[in-house]
Design a protein around this ligand. Structure first.
Ligand code: ZN
Ligand code: ZN
Length: 157
């Protein structure tokens, strides 16, 4: 029994990983260490994590997720962190989570809507939504300054 599509599962896993990541960051772990732990925890999921008695995880979707959020990403984070060069990676400006899909806002990347609104708009959701709309309009000066995208290559490209 499975009521989620693969695409929905991808979002569920990423959101869960992001939550674990934030937990470990609050515990004082570095970005690389927190991501490493959060990724491991996500790969161990057996049930939908956001409700009691959730459906069993779709393991095909989980292994797809793991192909993208893979060990190489962990190693890249560790090595850039050691060199104090995390700023060169496509990681969230607000929380440090690696960005495979998320928001580009005038030169910075954000991993999710919350991080974009808190990190770049001081909580102003309306302004964010307006900028997203204008960023989608080639006639507008905001064109391509604010948009959502997906990247299917490592975070250091
Ligand atoms: Zn973030
Ligand atoms: Zn976020």
């Amino acid at each position: 029994m499975n009521q989620f599509t693969n695409e929905q599962w991808q979002d569920i896993f990423t959101k869960f990983c992001h939550d674990c990541f934030m937990y470990w960051r609050h515990e004082g772990d570095s970005i690389a260490v927190a991501f490493d732990k959060a990724r491991e925890e996500t790969l161990k999921l057996r049930h939908y994590p956001f409700a009691p008695k959730g459906p069993e995880v779709n393991y095909d979707s989980l292994s797809k997720w793991g192909e993208m959020y893979n060990q190489t990403v962990v190693e890249i984070l560790h090595s850039y962190e050691q060199d104090d060069a995390l700023g060169d990676l496509r990681i969230c400006e607000h929380c440090g989570f690696p960005v495979f899909d998320g928001y580009y806002i005038a030169g910075s990347f954000f991993c999710c809507e919350c991080c974009a609104i808190d990190g770049s708009y001081d909580g102003d959701k309306e302004q964010f939504e307006q900028d997203l709309e204008e960023g989608d309009d080639p006639q507008n000066p905001m064109w391509d300054e604010v948009y959502w995208s997906q990247w299917h290559y490592p975070i250091n490209d």
